[in-house]
Design a binder for this molecule. Structure first.
Ligand code: ATP
Ligand code: MG
Length: 312
């Protein structure tokens, strides 16, 4: 069993219709038909949405995504229409809410990896491949790959694991042209972000993008000149929830790297102190205050290091 320990009730906001409660984001539709995406302070780990929240996390993710969207505009258009708070929205939504183009989402998690760890490492240890791509011998946890690779995954429902798939499987699902466009855009955006992060002392080990299509006027498309469906980058981008950020100064292949994310939470949940057994059917317990504080500090630190600005 997994999922929400306690599924939150959507808020009633005049003019907005609630359409989805994701692990972290609540989605509404406004009267213009656009998407209103509200990033909560919820946090998920080990396929559970935890019963404790991390104050400001939703705002940090939203502001960091906006900063990255700005760094990427020449590579790919993004889904943001406005950061204005919809009329009648609770004050607490400020800073965490984006009005977005409602897209036809691509049913593939577009992952780029420049370094080996996580599910990539698990597959590599079995078969010397990641998503079916052959890799050289001798790599270990944290190794830099010979070059960035596109390692797509299928989107899972709340409480289920995303599953790594081969590029060929993506091409079967969405067609060869769309698969090639997804791979090219994913790797282009990764390379840009990797270089920006590296200048700031951070290794972008891997990251996940979600893309969708919207209808563009002729000539605004992907440059092919055909069709009017335009690839747009959506959801959140290059945040600690969607990416592994490692301090470059301490990077050392051969073991798990310290990272700017929920590492404290994962370490505590799997330690005897939590009293929780990951493999049990029991929901995870609430986090102690010091774990909440340390996690909040990690998210803010990632924001400050990457953007070079002070949080608030
Ligand atoms: P799920 O929604 O399945 O629980 P998740 O836990 O990753 O997945 P959240 O990140 O909490 O979800 O919610 C964001 C949801 O909004 C995702 O399902 C994402 O695919 C969707 N989404 C993001 N941007 C857009 C967009 N522009 N148009 C339509 N859907 C979008
Ligand atoms: Mg998500």
């Amino acid at each position: 069993m997994s999922g929400f320990v306690e599924k939150p009730e959507p808020l009633q906001v005049p003019g907005l219709v609630h359409i989805h409660t994701g692990k972290v984001r609540d989605l509404y539709r406004n009267e213009a038909g656009d998407l209103v995406m509200v990033a909560s302070d919820r946090l998920s780990a080990y396929d559970w949405v935890l019963p404790s929240e991390i104050p400001d996390k939703g705002r940090v993710l939203t502001q960091l995504s906006l900063w990255w969207f700005d760094q990427l505009t020449d590579l790919v258009p993004n889904h943001v229409i406005s950061t204005d708070l919809p009329a009648g929205a609770p004050a607490d939504w400020a800073g965490r809410t984006l009005v977005c183009r409602s897209l036809r989402m691509v049913p593939v998690e577009c992952v780029a990896r420049g370094y080996l760890t996580g599910s990539g490492l698990v597959e590599y240890e079995k078969s010397r491949t990641v998503c079916g791509l052959a890799l050289p011998e001798g790599l270990t946890d944290g190794s830099e790959l010979p070059g960035p690779i596109f390692t797509p995954a299928t989107k899972a429902a709340v409480g289920e694991h995303d599953e790594n798939v081969s590029y060929e499987e993506v091409a079967r699902q969405v067609g060869v042209e769309e698969a090639a466009l997804l791979r090219r855009t994913t790797l282009d955006v990764y390379a840009r972000a990797r270089d920006i992060a590296r200048e700031r002392g951070i290794i972008l080990a891997d990251t996940k993008f979600e893309f969708g299509f919207d209808h563009a006027a002729d000539g605004e498309g992907d440059g092919s000149g055909e069709g009017t469906d335009r690839l747009v980058i959506a959801d959140e981008v290059l945040t600690p929830d969607s990416s592994r950020f490692w301090p470059a100064a301490t990077w050392e292949p051969g073991h798990a790297q310290p990272s700017h994310d929920k590492q404290y939470v994962r370490d505590w949940l799997t330690s005897p102190a939590s009293g929780w057994d990951r493999r049990s059917e029991q929901p995870p317990p609430a986090l102690p205050q010091e774990i909440v504080d340390a996690t909040r500090a990690k998210y803010i630190e990632a924001y400050e290091l990457l953007t070079g600005t002070t949080w608030r």
